[in-house]
Write a protein of this length. Sequence first.
Length: 233
Amino acid sequence: MNTLSSRRKVGYARVSTVGQTLELQIKTLQEYGCRKIYREKASGADAERAELRKLIASLKEGQSVVVTRLDRLARSTFDLFAIVKSITDKKAQFYSLAEPWTDTSTSTGRLMLAVLGGLADVERDLIRTRTSEGRARAIRQGKRMGRPPRITEAQRQEIIQRRSNGETLHSIAKSYDISDGTVSRIASGKDSHASRKKAESGQAPSPVVGKKASRNTRSHTRPKAHPASQEPA
């Protein structure tokens, strides 16, 4: 790998923690002969890696991507395999200065890539298994799956009351940053929360509420007046 011309060596430096600097990595890569160095400052959870994407997009056949250590490139076997494969797919090579066995231009490096692929498959299966087991355990414990509701129970009651007072759907929706349709479903007892409560309690769904409905209810329940009976003369 040391015999590669500087023109064919492309460096990649990355830090993932606030306060860390790239200087030492850059110096090491420059000493190795990398003229072009992509510099990434990102959090460990940041999957965007804009500079890495630029690097891979610009790769030419015969070039080599060089890093100081493997953990500067990826945090998991799955990610490492995916990144290295994207490099070799462009007929370029990969090399880590701290791990010489990663040189994909050698038979040892190519074997390493094949092993990485197998380990990545195992890691993916383990993640899938843990996710499935966690979901099943949560369901057994009665925990609700999916996203948390955007509207709390107290807010639901406020929406129902405001709608019953005759306030428009749009006015209510705007104050909670939700759609008119969501307000309508909540007010009519047809939202997912109400349906779940109904299923849990076995109760009938809430009646449609609204100004018009309230008036109709009052008119239907008001007793009718009967004319006084007329006695025959």
